[in-house]
Design a protein around this ligand. Structure first.
Ligand code: SF4
Length: 103
């Protein structure tokens, strides 16, 4: 099992999750962040700090978000992502995305 980033992160990327991760398993493309399931140690440190509640324990994913498990795995194995090791500025639409989620 691993933790999974879902669509609430898309066009958002607050990256509060990055500095709390002890194993640097967050990777990003230009729209969202993904967790490498081969590196995640299931510590749960990232889950409460995400401002848009985008991170789930795999076992708790709602049905409509279950496909994000495979997407996180595929993306992290693709060799196309950037490893995040520090918090960075959110994307320009992040505040609007957060508001659209009612958070
Ligand atoms: Fe990193 Fe822990 Fe979150 Fe896994 S559960 S991504 S190890 S902070």
């Amino acid at each position: 099992m691993a933790f999974v980033v879902t669509d609430s992160c898309r066009d958002c990327m607050f990256t509060d999750c990055v500095p709390v991760c002890p194993v640097e398993c967050f990777w990003a493309d230009d729209r969202m962040i993904y967790i490498d399931p081969t590196v995640c140690i299931d510590c749960s440190a990232c889950l409460p700090v995400c401002p848009v509640q985008a991170i789930y324990v795999e076992a708790n994913l709602p049905d409509e978000k279950k496909h994000f498990t495979e997407l996180n795995r595929e993306k992290c194995a693709s060799g196309t992502l950037v490893n995040l090791t520090e918090k960075r500025d959110p994307l320009p639409g992040a505040a609007a995305k957060r508001a659209s989620l009612g958070l």
